[in-house]
Design a protein. Structure first.
Length: 368
């Protein structure tokens, strides 16, 4: 009863001034397009255009509406907006796995772009299964994604181009879609030059089966070209190393056993296709020798955190992951925005961006 009296007194005494100031939260209603139109003097159609096709308004009118939204304490109803214009602000991502440190790092950097662009992400792990990834793409399309970032390798770019949404690839075959890739060939030449500086007597490369149409094949080609040009003894180990620790360790142990037998007395320079595998190989050597052996020189690829956190920090070719993620989102958003214009501008041809890698010298080559 006391509460009711206090409420009544407050309402009678302050009703007009409070309503004018818009300060009673329990009396505040959801702000609609009609409210914004009345406040600004624009039509409801103009307000709708501000949210759905802002480039159709002048900068001056956009600012008037933007200021009004702040004054009205407007909170957008995302669900209503999606129903009204079909734009979800969702971007799909298909990534092979999160086992390799490179993929988890690139995914993390892409997700951080929300603060800049405001897009939300739906992420699927393909696990190198073509039919599974096709099913995931249909699922993403059902959610009305506005664009797709794809790092998995199974689906040809020709098929991805036929999805009729902006698609950007990272480190995969990209003939018919836009992409951002590291210059794998250049990075490999840097790795080989480093190993060569240490007068390694046998050059070894460990990799997984890689299609020649993918950017990562530049690591195999770069290794072969450098060894041929400099007349270096070499061997390449190409085999499935698996997508889990147990499988990778078992396969690398077999490769290491072969190396130990064939090249026991030689100074060995080993270039490994990524830091995850390089770290596991290093651990196998440490378990056997209780140290990192003097006759082994090891270089990885990616500059993922594990290369710095290893027992002996691993020399590596650093992919500029921040830059790759930033450029991929920039290209994708530009293509999405282009489709939102009053007269959409179709992409005349795919955009391809190549990022130069950086060599990091660490303890697996720079021995004291």
């Amino acid at each position: 009863m006391i509460v009711s009296v206090i409420f009544l007194c407050y309402t009678i005494a302050d009703y007009r001034s409070v309503i004018q100031k818009g300060m009673i939260k329990f009396m505040k209603k959801n702000i609609t397009f009609d409210d914004i139109a009345r406040f600004t003097g624009f039509s409801k159609t103009t307000i709708s255009r501000y949210f759905n096709k802002p480039d159709s308004l002048t900068a001056e009118n956009q600012k008037i509406i933007s200021d009004a939204l702040v004054k009205l304490n407007y909170q957008e109803n995302k669900v209503a907006r999606i129903l009204a214009n079909g734009k979800t602000e969702f971007i799909g991502i298909i990534i092979p796995n999160l086992y390799l440190h490179y993929y988890s790092e690139i995914l993390n950097r892409i997700l951080l772009s929300y603060e800049k662009y405001g897009y939300k992400f739906l992420v699927f792990l393909g696990n190198n299964d073509e039919e599974t990834e096709r099913r995931y793409i249909q699922e993403l399309l059902a959610y009305k994604i506005e664009g797709l970032i794809i790092l998995s390798h199974t689906i040809p770019s020709r098929e991805l181009a036929d999805l009729h949404i902006p698609v950007v690839a990272i480190e995969r075959e990209d003939q018919f879609i836009s992409s951002v890739n590291t210059d794998n060939y250049s990075g490999t030449l840097q790795a080989m030059k480093l190993l060569d500086e240490h007068n390694c007597e046998i050059m070894l490369h460990i990799n997984t089966p890689t299609l020649e149409t993918t950017p990562a094949y530049g690591r195999i080609r770069g290794f072969q070209d450098y060894c041929r040009e400099h007349q270096l003894d070499s061997e390449i180990f190409v085999q499935d190393l698996g997508n889990n620790y147990e499988k990778t360790q078992a396969e690398l142990q077999k490769i290491l056993d072969t190396i130990e037998v064939k090249y026991k007395e030689k100074r060995k320079g080993i270039f490994v296709s990524n830091d995850t595998y390089a770290n596991i190989l290093q651990n196998l050597l440490i378990r056997k020798y209780r140290c990192f052996p003097k006759d082994y020189y090891l270089v990885g690829f990616d500059n993922s955190p594990v290369s710095q956190q290893a027992v002996f920090p691993i020399s590596t070719i650093g992919q500029q992951i921040d830059c790759i993620a930033r450029e991929a989102m920039k290209i994708l958003v530009e293509q999405i925005d282009s489709q939102k214009k009053r007269i959409p501008a179709p992409l005349s041809e795919p955009v391809h961006k190549t990022i130069e890698p950086i060599l990091f010298r660490r303890e697996t080559t720079e021995k004291k």
